[in-house]
Design a protein around this ligand. Structure first.
Ligand code: PMP
Length: 517
């Protein structure tokens, strides 16, 4: 008799990149839908590993090129940067995905808590979205907006319905950088001003123009860039000079003290003073725009004092600038309480840019703005061949329907709040967790040498924990200026059970790290 082992049902850990299947004998059991598991021979020596929640889906058997061959090609023919950015000493070779799960080429299952960098919004290969894509592929792959076709119009009307007035005009792009490039140009044309302000530590894109908005040395090249872009202090209430235990809109506050009277956040006052100083010293009297993410993504889920954006928007508008919310990571219900991150700050931007989750992994982006700003942009002809491609529109339209039908936003709130509350308990248990923050399923866990100094946990320690978490079957991300923050931004279909599995894995990896130290 064959016994199906843990590939489909359980145990997370497998040693040195080998799958549970590949460690067993060669006899194979083929399951419905193409899954392959082998006769049980291997038993992991560590019996205390957390149990991975079950998954009924069966991936196809992998028959592609070897891992070694892929790495050779990666070295010789791929953009060399791919070698630099490859996650893990023993990389993950991904073969297939389904909802919150990924399988590697050995048939090993992972809980994906990073979603291809906060991008797979409703779930890998979500059946409804996949069906919508297939239906459109059978009908029409491409035409462009010199013609009139339903997919574009259905989507623009639907996306506009998710915004309050006057944010009703949609420009479709193919990525977040492209959306932010476009927003920069539109802001400059509309206001007649040139200067744009962003927060330090932010990421708004890697194109030559958006590189100026992005404020993280790792993503900057030594070429003339950032003309007209000024980066100002990020009002980070954990790592910044000011912050206390009531400042932010999150189920978990910092462990810093707070002596402010209720409703009077002194950290906000101090950070706004810094913003005013930037306005007084580093830009002309009239500016074009201020870009801000509702919660910093690549920066490590950094949150600002509750009223900061409201006050900053006012100051920007007094100087003739427009306010732009970069919702590339925070949009589409990820923050839980609201569909858009800006709503959580009680502000109304003049422009909203988005990408990533918009297409559940299909390349797409958008700028949403007012008819007035759009009118200023009609001075020249703006054309984008693929922006509004019928397949992209059909997919994005189905993503919006799926978020509503699956209760994705509510799930983000419920599972995310649970996850953060439990992570806060781990913060209290381990000296090296400095901060837990975020909203919904946009979560950051900032690691420190110790709580008193708040010095970032060194890269070597970060990668040991990171690798260990992966070896136990969970993929998370890293970010922050010093690479010190673990980022949790999963497909928004994860369950409480998945969250608990991750918590057990994370606890175990931290415990092992502290024991080794
Ligand atoms: N804005 C934010 C907030 C992002 O996180 C990113 C990508 N990490 C971008 C813009 C750029 O998006 P893309 O990679 O699609 O160009």
């Amino acid at each position: 008799m064959y016994k199906v082992i843990s590939c489909l049902s359980g145990r997370g850990a497998v040693l040195s990149g080998q799958s549970c299947c590949s460690r067993s004998s060669s006899a194979k059991l083929h399951l419905a839908g193409g899954a392959i598991c082998q006769k049980s021979a291997f038993k992991h020596p560590n019996k205390d590993l957390p149990e991975m929640p079950p998954c009924k889906f069966s991936p196809e058997e992998y028959k592609g090129m070897s891992k070694e061959r892929m790495m050779e090609i990666r070295k010789q023919n791929c953009n060399p940067m791919t070698m630099k950015v490859t996650y893990y000493k023993k990389p993950v070779f991904i073969h297939q995905g389904y909802m919150q799960w990924l399988w590697d080429v050995d048939g090993r299952r992972y809980l994906d808590l990073f979603a291809g960098v906060a991008t797979v919004s409703v779930g890998h290969c979500h059946p409804k979205v996949t069906a919508a894509a297939k239906q459109q592929l059978d009908k029409l792959w491409h035409t462009t907006n010199i013609y009139v076709y339903p997919a574009l119009h259905e989507y623009c009307e639907k996306l506009a319905s998710y915004f309050p007035d006057p944010l009703k005009v949609i420009y479709l792009t193919n990525s977040g950088s492209e959306a932010n490039d476009l927003a920069m140009l539109m802001a400059r044309l509309h206001t007649g001003n040139f200067d744009i302000i962003t927060f330090r530590g932010s990421y708004h894109g890697g194109s030559p123009q958006t590189m100026g908005l992005t404020s993280n040395a790792a993503y900057k090249y030594p070429v003339a860039n950032g003309l007209g872009c000024t980066n100002t202090m990020c009002p980070d209430v954990f790592r910044g000079p000011w912050g206390g235990s009531h400042c932010r809109d999150s189920p978990v506050q910092t462990i810093r003290d707070c002596g402010c009277a209720p409703g009077h956040c002194m950290a906000n006052v101090q950070y706004i003073e810094q913003f005013k100083e930037t306005l007084a010293t580093s830009v002309p009297n009239r500016i074009a725009a201020f870009f801000g993410e509702p919660i910093q993504g690549v920066g490590g889920a950094v949150q600002y004092p509750k009223n900061f954006l409201q006050d900053a928007y006012k100051l920007v508008r007094e100087r003739g600038g427009v306010c732009i919310a970069d919702e590339v990571q925070t949009g589409f219900g990820r923050t839980g309480n609201h569909f858009w991150g800006f709503e959580g700050h009680d502000v109304l931007p003049d422009m909203v840019t988005m990408a990533k989750g918009i297409g559940n992994g299909f390349p797409m982006g958008a700028v949403v703005t007012t008819p007035e700003i759009a009118a200023s942009f009609c001075k020249g002809v703006h054309f984008n061949t693929f922006g509004g491609n019928p397949v992209a529109c059909a997919i994005a339209s189905s993503v919006l329907d799926t978020i509503r039908e699956d209760g994705t936003q509510q799930n983000s709130l419920d599972v995310g709040t649970h996850l953060m509350a439990e992570l806060a308990k781990l913060r209290d248990k381990y000296e090296i967790i400095g901060d837990v923050r975020g909203k919904g399923l946009q979560i950051g866990v900032e690691m420190v040498k110790d709580k008193a100094s708040r010095e970032p946990l060194p890269a070597v320690a970060m990668s040991e924990i990171f690798e260990d978490v992966k070896d136990m079957g969970v993929l998370i991300g890293k970010g922050g200026l010093y690479g010190q923050t673990f980022r949790i931004k999963p497909p928004m279909c994860i369950t409480r059970e998945d969250a608990d599995f991750f918590l057990a894995v994370f606890d175990k990896s931290l415990h092992s790290y502290m024991e080794r130290k």
